[in-house]
Ligand binder design. Structure first.
Ligand code: ADP
Ligand code: MG
Length: 477
């Protein structure tokens, strides 16, 4: 098995312990921070965001492939978001049974009917991948999902490279230390938001971060906020509740919250059912923001493009060609990253998907239309769920996906209060992409950095926020 831990250190527990202590200080020193679980509303007590002691080896070819395809994914997301008919068809079966997606879709439909008041659109995406390992040892880049709303860790991952550089220096791995890539998604995300702000065209209007109540990951946002303040763009943080209580639209549909005109709403919340607390107010607040003149990152249709159902429909033959009719190379480049994705719609094709999954449960993952980690079903649990829903339309709330098998790597996961131990780990590579469109013109379309997250192979699911994965850096080979 591959090992991220330098050979001479593996057997030396004392050295590992010393390195881990310095590593935690380095993370604190570099601002790789999180609020603690006990007091998520306060920065009086903070800890380091969990991270790996060593960077994880990642093949250079796969890494470059992921970066190279990102601007095409941006274009794809943006094109789909403008195709109301496609979204309607793709999500038709899902919204019959999935209440959350249906509520989002209803807002989308209202906006389509009214016509959007803002021609500027800002997308901040993160496309996530795992490297599927074949039996001959070769690996191929496979997309897990694309996040079109509230994609996180662009801030903290801008500061982890220095931590790993320092650890490798201490471990006597100078050559490797110098190979750790620079990374600055925070600056890239802010560049897109700043462009959207500029196109909105009012010096005194602010960028509003729409956030949740207890936000352990606040420092991740703060880095983007700081980048905006560096450009003299004012930011403020508000919750749905604040928007609902103090928000309004004037006759020109300009959005005001707490008396401030909002140029851009950057959603760092609103992607899970439980983000909408009160039955009605929070949904009304979302609707008001969507109807307003403020630029949304993302707007409601772009949010919907990130659903698992759209991902599955994109993998059906001929669909990518529809969005890139004259660019077969782009189609190939995108499709090369797709794993097998299967419909559970009612009918013979969906029936076949059910039979296939039940016959070989370890080959697949069952996914509902949820975000935030910990929602998917694997193995025997997947079979139980499928048995329960397979004969009715409830099954259309899910999609089925090939399970990706990345090569395991030995590493040490550092998290508060966890004992120091060597774990068998799996990694997931995220690539950040941003774009700003004004009417027909793509004003900006960039790949702005990466995120490597690593988790113990014992867990089949879950991200950093859900306490399973930790921050990492790729060491290209
Ligand atoms: P979420 O929107 O909740 O983040 P994901 O599709 O990213 O949903 O799945 C959550 C986690 O489950 C991923 O981070 C990954 O660890 C695991 N996972 C998801 N899809 C697959 C897959 N096809 N093969 C293997 N693991 C997967
Ligand atoms: Mg995910």
């Amino acid at each position: 098995m591959a090992n991220a831990i330098p050979e001479k250190i593996r057997m030396n527990t004392t050295l590992l312990e010393n390195l881990a202590e310095v590593a935690k200080d380095a993370a604190l020193l570099k601002g790789v921070l999180m609020r603690i679980q006990e007091t998520p509303n306060s920065s009086e007590l903070v800890t380091y965001a969990p991270f790996t002691l060593f960077p994880t080896p990642v093949p250079e070819a796969a890494f470059s492939q992921a970066l190279a395809v990102q601007t095409h994914f941006n274009t794809l997301v943006d094109k789909i978001s403008q195709d109301a008919e496609f979204l309607q068809d793709a999500l038709a079966s899902t919204i019959e049974v999935d209440d959350f997606t249906a509520r989002l879709f209803k807002i989308h439909q209202q906006i389509v009917k009214e016509g959007t008041s803002q021609s500027v659109v800002c997308g901040l995406n993160r496309s996530d991948y795992m490297l599927d390992q074949a039996e001959d040892g070769s690996s191929s880049l496979k997309q897990i999902e694309i996040n079109t709303i509230a994609a996180s860790f662009g801030g903290l991952s801008s500061h982890t490279p220095d931590v790993h550089r320092h650890i490798l220096q201490l471990a006597g791995q100078l050559e490797q230390s110098e190979r750790i890539l620079d990374n600055n998604p925070a600056a890239g995300l802010a560049r897109a938001v700043a462009k959207a702000w500029e196109l909105y065209g009012s010096e005194k209007a602010v960028v509003m971060f729409l956030v949740e109540e207890g936000q352990r990951n606040i420092f991740d946002h703060r880095y983007v906020e700081k980048e905006l303040w560096n450009r003299n763009i004012a930011t403020m943080r508000r919750r749905f509740d604040d928007v609902s209580k103090t928000g309004s639209m004037d006759r020109d549909k300009r959005l005001f919250v707490d008396g401030q005109e909002v140029a851009v709403v950057y959603f760092r919340n609103g992607y899970m059912p439980q983000n909408y607390n009160s039955e009605k107010q929070d949904w009304d607040a979302r609707l008001m923001m969507e109807r307003s003149l403020a630029v949304k990152c993302p707007d409601i249709s772009t949010h919907l493009v990130g659903t698992k159902k759209v991902q599955q429909v994109l993998a059906t033959p001929g669909v990518l060609e529809k969005f890139f009719p004259h660019q077969p190379q782009v189609v190939d480049q995108i499709r090369a990253t797709f794993a097998g994705l299967y419909t559970l719609d009612m009918g013979p094709e969906g029936d076949q998907t059910v039979a296939m999954a039940l016959a070989a449960p370890d080959r697949f993952v069952l996914k509902p239309q949820r975000e935030g980690g910990g929602n998917n079903f694997y193995g025997s649990e997947m079979c139980e769920v499928l048995q329960e829903v397979k004969d009715g339309t409830e099954r259309t709330a899910y999609i089925l996906m090939d399970k990706i098998h990345p090569a395991p790597v030995q590493n040490v996961l550092l998290r508060r209060d966890a004992p120091l131990q060597i774990s068998t780990c799996l990694s997931e590579l995220g690539v950040f992409g941003t774009y700003v469109r004004k009417g027909e013109d793509m004003v900006l379309n960039e790949c702005v950095g990466h995120l490597l997250r690593t988790k113990s192979s014992e867990h089949s699911d879950g991200g950093v926020a859900s306490g399973v994965a930790v921050l990492d850096n790729p060491l290209l080979f």
